[in-house]
Design a protein around this ligand. Structure first.
Ligand code: NAD
Ligand code: LMR
Length: 338
């Protein structure tokens, strides 16, 4: 047994040495809005990600405390908290990925578009700083209304001369997370094996889950697919109502944001064939921005994948969402150019 123990130990020393010659690259991740309902658990999850070497936590208030607490966790990344606009540049310098959950959340009775008046200005200001301090970072936009905040970001970057569509992502992962959960429950399949593409945008009927393409396949009848679609589209509202005035989804969003950022980190590090749904500049439809599956690469997305075969219900959903999505995009573009 002692010989076995020493052989095992030699083996693990060898594999450690092998690992050391092929180190995990240094990666700086910034969270803007890190002291918020999403920002705090998202900061925790990014601190647990071994692909992160530097974690920069920025907010207008409250980040010293969040950063101090998170920094005590014995994982790879160094954590620094930044507070107030005068520290925004330092927070962003050298970033590989900037995740933006800054802005106000919904209360019952509000649509995501009702957040536009406050959040559009917040996103515009933060994106101007990104263009200045880390123009090559991948941007993961969480702040609502995502259907408009992503076009705002694109316009700000265009004006600054730094726009590269491949580096701008609207985070729609929570829609995918919900669609997977709800589908697994009805299809009686293991949730960990489920895949469901969700396309379109991130608000109401613009959220279009393609249950006809869900795997593992299940023969769900039309009424059930309709009900699953509605529940996915109203998933955010379900949480807003349950929280009864205390905000919107935070924990599931932090999970979804961490999944999407991890996919970005992996592809930056050269892992091939990482595919996620995201709301990006697109020519998949006649809309300039659209969520669909995208293949990630070393410099952002490499390829926006098509929609595949749509059911009649999917086609109808696609036609129904175009008007609203188009006007949310136009609203964002107009605001950014005012
Ligand atoms: P929250 O109010 O709890 O936190 C928002 C944080 O943003 C606060 O800490 C606030 O200080 C900060 N902030 C405000 N202005 C800022 C600025 N200029 N710079 C940096 N930080 C700033 O809200 P929350 O629940 O965390 O939600 C944040 C946003 O995420 C909302 O717009 C919400 O609608 C959106 N959201 C999106 C999704 C999605 O799927 N994409 C899911 C859930 C929530
Ligand atoms: C969500 O989908 O949970 C978020 O967009 C927050 C909201 O306002 O519903």
């Amino acid at each position: 047994p002692s010989m076995l123990r020493s052989a095992v130990s030699r083996c693990s020393q060898l594999s450690r040495r092998g690992y050391a010659t092929n180190p995990v690259p240094e990666r700086k991740v910034v969270v803007l809005g890190a002291a918020g309902g999403i920002g705090q658990p998202l900061s925790l999850l990014m601190k647990l990600n071994p692909l992160v070497s530097s974690l920069s936590l920025y907010d207008i208030a409250g980040t010293p405390g969040v950063a101090a607490a998170v920094s005590h966790i014995n994982t790879r990344s160094e954590v620094v908290g930044y507070q107030g606009e005068e520290q925004l540049g330092k927070a962003l310098e050298g970033a590989d990925i900037v995740i933006i959950p800054a802005g106000v959340p919904r209360k019952p009775g509000m649509t995501r578009d009702d957040l536009f008046n406050i959040n559009a200005g917040i996103v515009k200001g933060l994106c101007s700083a990104i263009a200045k301090y880390c123009p090559h970072a991948l941007v993961n936009m969480i702040s609502n209304p995502v259907n408009s905040t992503v076009p705002i970001a694109a316009e700000v970057f265009k004006k600054a001369g730094t726009y590269d569509e491949r580096r701008l992502f609207g985070v729609t992962t929570l829609d995918v997370v919900r669609a997977k959960t709800f589908y697994a429950g009805k299809a009686k399949v293991p949730v960990a094996e489920v895949n469901v593409p969700v396309v379109g945008g991130h608000a109401g009927i613009t959220i279009l889950p393609l249950f006809s393409q869900a795997t593992p396949q299940a023969n769900l009848d039309h009424d059930l697919i309709q009900a699953l679609t509605k529940r996915t589209q109203d998933g955010g509202t379900e949480v807003v109502e349950a929280k009864a005035g205390k905000g919107s989804a935070t924990l599931s969003m932090a999970y979804a944001g961490a999944i999407f950022a991890d996919a970005c980190l992996k592809s930056l590090n050269g892992v091939p064939d990482v595919v996620e749904c995201s709301y990006v500049q697109s020519s998949v439809t006649d809309l300039p921005f659209f969520a669909s599956k995208v293949r990630l690469g070393k410099n952002g997305w490499d390829e926006v994948l098509g929609l595949g075969t749509l059911s009649d219900f999917g086609n109808q959903g696609l036609e129904n969402l175009k008007g609203e999505l188009q006007s949310s995009i136009e609203k964002g573009i107009k605001f950014a150019n005012q």
